[in-house]
Every structure is written in structure tokens, then in C-alpha cells.
Design a protein around this ligand. Structure first.
Ligand SMILES: [Zn+2]
Length: 412
């Protein structure tokens, strides 16, 4: 039975792991600026500056930031409000339908200040509770285009929470993908600092590449993220929340049995490709296709930004599961190692540390086993042996977006 479950998981599921909890890290602008100061990447500041220049005119982000004004600066919008670098969150219960079909309603920032949809000049007919609007980039991060439905039975008292949590995860995924894309664009083909660390962690082939070699492959990573962003923003995007599965739904039954976090049904092209023996063993740069069709299916464990990104790359960019990340394992190992270092003699601690980091070194891509491994040590070894396959690996994109936007990066 266990073997069957593992097969089911390989076939269509994504193994559940603990994922970085959503940490409230302040406004997107503050995050970008924090990343910028860590990364020492003046281009990020310039990008934010350009965005501001094109909208509100007179703000000086870097000056406000270095002056330690805590993210508040003194410019004035045309409406006369003092500009704060705020992220506004839509409260769906305040919605009233506008005569023109546009949504009215109230948005709140982290300090409890409020603005109406009209005051923020947000033009959308499909706002959802929990949508976010970023003052600096003027980007709306919305789950409004995503139709959320049930697959199987979910009790009425549980369904609204699951939909709310899922929509929140979609908005967080959108917000983080937008930040990651801005950082990639600002890197100008030669990433450095924290962005480079996130890239090397998520796409291990970059460990031994120069920033210029990495730069040549960045357009591809940006393209996958743009497709996912556009897909989640387009009408027709669907997420099905998986409940107790009917006997007529074998996909959902096997996902429930294996504990998968989510899945997207394979396209006929995927199925055909899988008939070719060793197709995942190829080291050719995988082609990008238009993705799969149908809904992104999420079990409760999958209702977080990491899995929304992971599944959305299957759905909208045709990624595969070459290998799941060992992210959680490595973070736990880092914490344990830091604890041990205080009690072990220095020589032993240093030897253990070297062994741990040695397991995280990039490996020869010809040693990749040809399938997503579920058990260590193969699972971890395979991650580092993906080579260029990582550029079409679903979990690499989730790993990259989360770590590029502030989730901790395992040591390397
Ligand atoms: Zn997957």
C-alpha cells in the first residue's frame, strides 16, 4: 500500500512539507528597500525611484530611506493625502456595487488608515476580500480573476475559511512574484547580493556559474514568472479546493491517500512525453510550453503561497517535478548545527559543518536519477544534480520566489 501511495504521489502529487509561515514584513516598498540595502543593488532603488517619478512626481525614496524616516516621506499626491509607502488591503465586507459595475469598498493599511477604491484610483470590477494594492508600484495583487470551487465534499462551516486562506495565498504569491520580477529586471543581467544567493539556492546549477552566465538565463526565469502572473490574473484561472473525494474521482482519492499538497492534471502532451523512457533524464534545456489545462487542485496543506506558485508553474508554464526542494530539511539542519556548535569541540563541529555543506554542493547533472526522489539522501543529491533541468522544475520557482523576497536561505 505504501508503494502505491508513493506511486500516486509521483504521478500527480506534491509532497507536503512545512513551509515558511507568512511573515508580515512591512510594505513591499520597505521590503524592496531592505533587499536593496542587503543586496547593495542600487538598481533596485533606481527602479523604485523611476516608478515613483512616473506617478507622484517628487518623492525621493533613497533619501527618505537613508534619513531613517521609517518608510514615510513627505510628498503629496494629487489628492492631497500625505504619501505613505503603504500596502492597502481590501475589506470585502465593505463592498457596494457601483452603478458602472466598478467595485466600491474600503481599503485599510497596516496602521488602520482607510481609503476608498475610488480614492486609490483602482480600476477593477472583480475585487476580492484580501486583495492588496501597492502604493509605490501602483500594482494591484488580486485573486479576483481566480474562480475558486470545491472538488469533493467540504462541510459548509469549513469552506469559507478555506476559500479565504486560498485567496490570501494567491495574493501573497502575486505580490512576491511581482517583487521577484522587479529584482530580476533591476539586476540588469548581472545579479548580485541576496538575489544571487536566492538564485543559487533555487537553481543549484548557478553555484558554479558566473553572474554573467546566470544573467543570460534570467530572461527565461522571468518569462516563467510572467506567464504565471498573467495566468493567475486572467479570467478562466481556476483553483479547486479538494475535500473528501467521491469514488468517481480517482485523482483526488489518490492525492488524499498520498498526502499531496496539490496537483494539476497532466496535459495529453505531458502524458505522451512520459511514455518516452528516460525523458526526464535528458540534460537539454527543457522547452517551455503553454502549460496544462483545468484547475489547480489544492488540498488544505497546499493553501499557501509556496504551493500556489509551484502548481501555477505547472498550469501556466508547463513545468515538471524534476525534484522537490530540500528547503525545510536544510533549514532544520542549519538550526540543529548551530545548536550543536555550542556544545561540540571546535574540530568536530567544523568537520560536521563541512560535511553538511558538502551535501549542498552542485553535482554532476549526469547523476540525476531521472525522476523526483522522495527519500534522502537521493532526494537532496538529485536536487543538486538537476543542472539545467532546474529551469523547468516547479519547486525551483517556488523556492526562488520565496527566498528572493525574504524567506531564509539555507546555508551553502
Ligand atoms: Zn508539482
Amino acid at each position: 500500500m505504501r508503494a502505491q501511495e508513493v506511486q500516486a504521489e509521483k504521478a500527480r502529487g506534491d509532497q507536503v512539507r512545512g513551509r515558511p509561515a507568512t511573515v508580515n514584513r512591512g510594505t513591499t516598498a520597505d521590503r524592496i528597500l531592505a533587499l536593496q540595502s542587503e543586496a547593495g543593488n542600487a538598481a533596485v532603488t533606481q527602479a523604485v525611484q523611476r516608478a515613483l517619478d512616473s506617478t507622484s512626481g517628487t518623492e525621493d525614496v533613497s533619501a527618505a530611506h537613508t534619513a531613517g524616516t521609517g518608510g514615510v516621506s513627505a510628498g503629496h499626491a494629487s489628492g492631497g493625502h500625505a504619501i505613505q509607502r503603504a500596502v492597502w488591503t481590501f475589506n470585502g465586507s465593505t463592498r457596494t456595487q457601483h452603478v458602472m459595475g466598478q467595485n466600491s469598498g474600503v481599503w485599510f493599511d497596516e496602521n488602520g488608515q482607510s481609503r476608498t477604491t475610488a480614492e486609490l484610483q483602482i480600476d477593477s470590477t472583480s475585487l476580492q476580500h484580501g486583495d492588496k494594492y501597492d502604493d509605490v508600484t501602483r500594482q494591484l495583487h488580486s485573486s479576483g480573476a481566480v474562480a475558486v470551487s470545491k472538488r469533493g465534499t467540504i462541510p459548509d462551516h469549513k469552506y469559507p475559511q478555506r476559500e479565504t486562506r486560498t485567496r490570501k495565498a494567491v495574493v501573497e504569491a502575486q505580490q512576491k512574484m511581482a517583487t521577484a520580477l522587479a529584482l530580476l529586471n533591476a539586476a540588469g543581467g548581472a545579479p548580485g547580493g541576496a538575489l544571487l544567493q536566492a538564485l543559487r539556492s533555487a537553481f543549484p546549477l548557478f553555484q558554479t556559474a558566473t553572474p554573467q552566465q546566470i544573467g543570460e538565463l534570467l530572461p527565461r526565469i522571468s518569462e516563467v514568472l510572467r506567464r504565471v502572473q498573467a495566468g493567475l490574473n486572467s479570467q478562466g484561472a481556476q483553483i479547486a479546493l479538494v475535500g473528501e473525494a467521491s469514488i468517481l474521482d480517482p485523482s483526488a482519492r489518490s492525492a488524499n491517500a498520498s498526502g499531496a499538497a496539490g496537483w494539476v492534471d497532466s496535459s495529453t502532451k505531458d502524458v505522451a512525453a512520459r511514455l518516452r523512457p528516460g525523458y526526464m533524464k535528458s540534460e537539454e534545456l527543457p522547452s517551455m510550453d503553454s502549460g496544462r489545462t483545468g484547475p489547480i487542485n489544492l488540498r488544505e496543506e497546499g493553501e499557501v503561497a509556496w504551493y500556489v506558485i509551484h502548481e501555477a508553474t505547472h498550469r501556466f508554464a508547463g513545468t515538471l517535478d524534476y525534484q522537490y526542494s530540500s528547503y525545510d530539511h536544510e533549514l532544520a539542519e542549519d538550526a540543529a548545527q548551530a545548536g550543536l556548535a555550542t556544545v561540540l569541540d571546535p574540530a568536530t563541529a567544523a568537520a560536521q559543518d563541512a560535511a553538511m555543506l558538502g551535501r549542498r554542493a552542485v553535482r554532476d547533472p549526469s547523476t540525476y536519477t531521472g525522476q523526483n526522489e522522495t527519500q534522502r539522501p537521493k532526494r537532496q543529491e538529485n536536487w543538486y544534480a538537476m543542472g539545467r533541468r532546474a529551469l523547468m522544475n516547479a519547486d525551483s520557482y517556488a523556492h526562488f520566489v520565496m527566498t528572493a523576497t525574504g524567506s531564509p536561505i539555507p546555508r551553502s
